[in-house]
Design a protein around this ligand. Structure first.
Ligand SMILES: Cc1ncc(COP(=O)(O)O)c(C=O)c1O
Length: 394
């Protein structure tokens, strides 16, 4: 069993955030574009992608476009000679429109319309994921142009988001499904799984790799050779607490995949959050102040139906600082009290946090939240007629 040495990645302090914002004239951007804003740094997208590639040279990362599909973010990955995980016709078109060769993309949605499969094949994509027999029928007519990966269900109840709740075949059913594919003239070359998003530790990922490796062995015994193992996404970022640093994942993952790579099995991954989250900073303004239940309430112009949709869909708790605080010399010491940050819609659910530690704020003051790149702008809507945050590329 692999021993994991944990080094951690911490939430940025106000002073660190000041450093990161040094090159940006935020008040000028706010004057020009208004609020709410999401400041997107494509260089950070590229950097995160490079970090992963360097850390795990034997695992080819297909960036999960769903996490942040802004053209500037995708172009940054393209310019790194990157690879993409797409899951809808819209994502195929986005990536294709940036001139990415289709053989650098895999289509990972396990359940899709037959028309979407056909369109993706026409666009040149060859690798698709499935997790049930009925899905195989959607490849009728293109059998010789595709290869499939079987998505497996490995439950991870301790991950913030268990991505085997909705998709993935039971490993016990794998052989039957592979035989069903073979009967239809389809080639299944790979196995895939997602260990759960925002993993609290590397252990579930290692456990899943181990299980998949055992399955690969069992399949080999009956003459079925698996060529690719897709280990999904899951790498975490520090929203409101330290998380294991990617460095602490690396040696454990490498050790776990080594027996597979030695046998010539290619290992790939589908990172989303790790690449996208650090690349956007949310900026919102206070539009109203109140006092309810003995606590200060600040009503912002962004909330759960906007950029902070990640609170609802992903259960994340972003760290939110008063913009002025990060420039105060006594940044750490300043009087802060537990405060409520509410979003702008009429819905009572639209409360971002009831425990932000903030100084007294007034109408017009700004708040900033780091690590707001993943599953934020992409999942935002315009409920109540309120516009989504403007994404400004910095
Ligand atoms: C199929 C698939 N691949 C990759 C990802 C990206 O995962 P993460 O953001 O945890 O890296 C997701 C997230 O929903 C997913 O559903």
């Amino acid at each position: 069993m692999t021993t994991v040495i944990e080094s951690t990645w911490a939430v940025p302090t106000p002073v660190q955030l000041r450093g990161e914002l040094a090159a940006i004239d935020l008040p000028r951007l706010v004057e020009r574009h208004g609020t709410p804003l999401l400041l997107l740094d494509p260089a950070r997208v590229a950097q995160q992608y490079r970090v992963l590639r360097r850390a795990l040279p034997d695992v080819r990362p297909y960036y999960a476009v769903k996490a942040l599909s802004h053209r500037a973010a995708l172009a940054a990955i393209r310019d790194e000679d990157g690879f993409f995980d797409v899951a809808s016709p819209g994502e195929v078109a986005l990536v294709g429109g940036l001139g990415v060769a289709p053989d650098r993309c895999i289509y990972t949605h396990p359940v899709k319309k037959a028309a979407d499969v056909a369109a993706a094949v026409r666009a040149g994509i060859r690798t698709f994921v499935f997790d049930n027999e009925r899905e195989l029928d959607k490849f009728a007519g293109v059998e010789d142009r595709v290869e499939l990966m079987l998505r497996l269900e490995y439950r991870t109840p301790d991950a913030l988001i268990d991505l085997s709740y909705k998709y993935g075949a039971r490993p016990d059913d794998a052989l039957d499904l592979l035989r069903a594919a073979s009967r239809r003239g389809l080639r299944v070359t790979g196995l895939s799984f997602h260990p759960g998003s925002q993993l609290a530790s590397v252990e579930p990922l290692l456990r899943d790799i181990r299980h998949a490796a055992m399955l690969i062995d069992c399949l080999a015994e009956v003459g079925i050779q698996i060529e690719v193992l897709d280990i999904g996404g899951g790498l975490p970022v520090p929203y409101d607490g330290a998380v294991p640093h990617v460095d602490s994942f690396v040696s454990a993952i490498e050790e776990e995949i080594r027996p597979l790579t030695r046998r010539g099995i290619r290992v790939i991954s589908e990172p989303g959050r790790f690449v996208a989250a650090p690349a956007m900073l949310a900026v919102a303004a206070v539009v109203g102040v109140g006092r309810r239940g003995g606590m200060p309430w600040y009503y912002l112009d962004d909330g759960l139906y906007g950029s902070f949709s990640n609170v609802l869909s992903d259960h994340v708790h972003p760290t939110i600082y008063a913009y002025d605080t990060i420039y105060a010399d006594d940044a750490v010491e300043r009087d802060v009290v537990p405060s409520v940050l509410a979003g702008p819609t009429c819905d009572s659910t639209d409360v971002i946090t009831t425990g932000a530690m903030l100084p007294a704020l007034d109408v017009g003051d700004l708040v900033v939240a780091p690590f707001m790149g993943a599953y934020t702008s992409v999942t935002a809507c315009e409920f109540n007629g309120l516009p989504k945050a403007t994404v400004v590329v910095v």
